[in-house]
Design a protein around this ligand. Structure first.
Ligand code: GDP
Length: 303
């Protein structure tokens, strides 16, 4: 239900247009396909992914002469479902964090995308699931980032490891993991600075943090979670490009889906980067982070 509400704007944008495009048409002709293409692109599905979807629909239409415009909805839904299935696992629900102790999540992303909020919500979620969680404030570049993380720590009642502003992020990460091991904590979530102005510097900093983590927990970080603001559409895609070049991102969180009609970006990003979307943010509240479920997502869009 929160998902339905969160996707309201995307759904309204996408589907009112889609309905208009096929209204009064009996078959799917080039004109309908052109309109569909435009609708997908303006919903931030992205050009490459849109063309892929249009190609598949065209193929289907050419095989079935009597394919009606009214069936377009169903076909579009199934094509989007297939695209999402190619890159997204639905196994996160049963994921055993306990296989790694601590399971280490390094969170990356540009400032303002909702990184801190996502970390707070995630800590809450993991705690409710019975895990002992610790947060590491390795975004030492901004005092506000450390303070905000501490606030979330208080709100969800998890420990936060922090040092003075400007201290070495790798040292914070090291401290966090060392104390996590000592305390028997199950999950350590490390916040990092989201400065993108210099890709080499970003790469070096993230590599340094990773190397230091591995001295304490071999194999860490198990997850490099990139947080992207879905409401920025194509900007999110650009950030994804930059961060995937700088480090080995293996999970995505897409925030602020509730405020935007650009929810199609979930489909485009997952297709272009072949990295699973693990979480979606559908509000500012503590419970507004959901594990991404591709079926629920598509069902909600096409409801
Ligand atoms: P950071 O700079 O990346 O750490 O960003 P913050 O976590 O401070 O978030 C920036 C703003 O986005 C805050 O006002 C958050 O409440 C808001 N925010 C984060 N996630 C979501 C979301 O899923 N939905 C909405 N509507 N707002 C969000």
């Amino acid at each position: 239900e929160a998902l339905d509400k969160g996707l309201e704007k995307t759904k309204a944008g996408l589907f009112s247009k889609l309905t208009k495009a096929v209204m009064g048409k009996s078959t799917v002709d080039d004109e309908v396909l052109d309109e569909l293409e435009e609708i997908l692109v303006t919903s931030d599905v992205g050009v490459t992914t849109t063309l892929k979807i249009i190609d598949r629909i065209q193929e289907r239409v050419s095989k079935d002469k009597y394919f009606g415009a009214s069936e377009l909805n169903t076909l579009l839904k199934s094509e989007i479902q297939k695209l999402l299935a190619e890159n997204n696992s639905n196994d996160f629900e049963n994921f055993e964090y306990g296989n790694h102790k601590p399971y280490v999540i390094m969170v990356v992303g540009v400032n303002g995308v909702g990184k801190t909020t996502t970390i707070g919500k995630l800590a809450h979620k993991l705690k409710l699931a019975g895990n002992k969680v610790v947060l590491g404030a390795a975004d030492t570049f901004r005092a506000a980032a450390v303070d905000q993380l501490k606030l979330w720590g208080e709100r969800v009642d998890v420990r936060v490891v922090a040092q003075a502003m400007g201290s070495d992020p790798a040292s914070v990460a090291f401290d966090t993991l060392q104390s996590a091991v000592a305390n028997g904590e199950d999950v350590a979530i490390i916040d990092t600075a989201g400065r993108l102005h210099n890709k080499v510097a970003l790469m070096n900093e993230l590599t340094k943090i990773k190397n230091v983590m591995q001295k304490v927990v071999p194999g860490a970080p198990h997850e490099i979670l990139l947080v992207l603001d879905a409401s920025t559409g194509q900007n999110a895609i650009e950030q994804c490009k930059q961060f995937t070049q700088a480090t080995h991102v293996n999970a995505l969180a897409l925030t602020k889906l509730d405020g935007t009609a650009k929810g199609g970006v979930v489909i485009g990003i997952s297709d272009q980067f072949r990295i699973p979307v693990k979480y979606i943010g559908v509000g500012e509240g503590i419970n507004d982070l959901q594990l991404f479920d591709r079926q629920d997502f598509v069902n909600s869009l096409f409801k």
